[in-house]
Design a protein around this ligand. Structure first.
Ligand code: XIL
Length: 361
């Protein structure tokens, strides 16, 4: 880090220690993470957290530590109770929060067929259609117009298609009813991107994948998918690697290679949903120190590639982690996978990420 940057950083970070209290008893949080991320020219994000989250302590924590915000559930298609009917309440609150606090927004996720990614009515609607592909095309166009159109110019990046591939393998996921309504399922993916480009020409459009960061065969499938999209002229600007480390141990060197390989396909890359379960370090003398080293490696991998533009941790703090309540991962926890503990105190992993950010790119 240059002397100038060091002075700027010190100037930005003269906040009191975590846990100090202002005269009105409002806790004051350290500001190092977001300040360090800005020096490294990296978006450092966390998630929105449902109804009411923009009020009170949680909002203050998000504002202090991060400079980017991903809509965790608030912009999934499941906020639609019937074709064309949406409940925008929490999404609007989240957007207003991000704008008034200067956070960039990642819109997540236009098309996702797992968990709470799709509306309850979608499959019935497609089954009832005389021409399911034509109906799927119509519904997709209406959805993108409604959602991307509503927030055009306000969402910096969209996860346009989430988890196109089977969970641990290289092929398109046949459980994706929307894509499978097409004679050629790849057409569904291409269409999603061209609709999103038309609805907001300035948003960066991402393909977002789970476990491609850690499963080699799946990573190869992702490279093939992106290569094909580029060859077909599909407007894909970025690839999101979710980076959920819960079944697989993090490996910074492998991740750095994978990020570079994707960037070589002329896409930006982000680590979009990073969490690293403490259960991976059960055998370590100090599991929290081992988790900190893993965070250092993984964020360092992103910093090693110029086109890696952001890292988002999934959930604001350990008390909110989705892993602990997930039907598959919940039983393996508690996971304590984020940078802040359940009492919203910084963890060794937080300090390690600040350090690696301050080392720069
Ligand atoms: C999760 C949310 O965190 C949970 O609150 C929700 O119940 C299910 O979805 N991959 C994704 C995210 O792309 O949308 C998922 O988020 C986690 C896995």
């Amino acid at each position: 880090m240059s002397g100038l940057f060091w002075m700027m950083w010190v100037a930005c970070t003269t906040a009191p220690e975590s846990g100090d209290t202002a005269s009105n008893d409002t806790p004051i949080w350290p500001t190092e993470l977001s300040a360090a991320a800005e020096l490294a020219e990296l978006w450092m994000g966390s998630t929105s957290e449902g109804a009411g989250w923009t009020e009170g302590e949680l909002a203050e924590v998000v504002d202090t530590h991060f400079n980017s915000l991903t809509t965790q559930n608030e912009l999934k298609w499941s906020i639609s109770s019937a074709p064309g009917i949406y409940d925008w309440t929490v999404a609007d609150e989240t957007m207003a929060f991000a704008e008034s606090h200067g956070h960039r927004v990642r819109g997540h996720a236009l098309f996702w067929h797992r968990l709470n990614g799709k509306p309850a009515w979608l499959e019935t609607e497609l089954l009832a259609a005389e021409d399911p592909e034509a109906r799927a095309r119509e519904l997709m166009a209406e959805h993108v117009d409604a959602m991307v159109g509503r927030y055009a110019g306000r969402v910096e990046s969209w996860d346009v298609v989430n988890e196109a591939l089977e969970e641990f393998g290289p092929d398109l996921d046949e459980a994706n009813g929307l894509a499978m309504a097409f004679d050629e399922p790849l057409d569904a993916i291409d269409l999603a991107f061209s609709l999103a480009r038309a609805a907001d020409p300035n948003a960066r459009l991402f393909l977002n994948e789970i476990f491609a960061d850690s499963v080699e065969a799946k990573f190869e499938g992702l490279v093939a998918l992106v290569t094909g999209m580029k060859a077909r002229g599909v407007p894909v600007d970025g690839v999101g690697l979710q980076a959920h480390y819960v079944l697989h141990s993090p490996d910074g060197a492998i991740l750095a290679e994978r990020i570079a390989a994707l960037a070589a396909l002329d896409v930006d890359v982000e680590l979009t949903e990073l969490d690293i379960s403490i259960t991976l370090f059960d055998d370590a003398v100090d599991p929290y120190a081992a988790q900190a080293e893993a965070y250092r490696e993984i964020v360092g991998a992103c910093l090693s590639v110029t086109r890696c533009t952001g890292v988002t941790t999934w959930n604001v703090h350990d008390g909110l982690t989705w892993l602990d309540t997930d039907s598959l991962f919940g039983a393996l926890g508690p996971h304590e996978p984020t940078l802040l503990d359940a009492s919203i105190q910084t963890k060794p992993a937080y300090d390690a990420v600040v350090e690696v950010l301050l080392e720069g790119r």
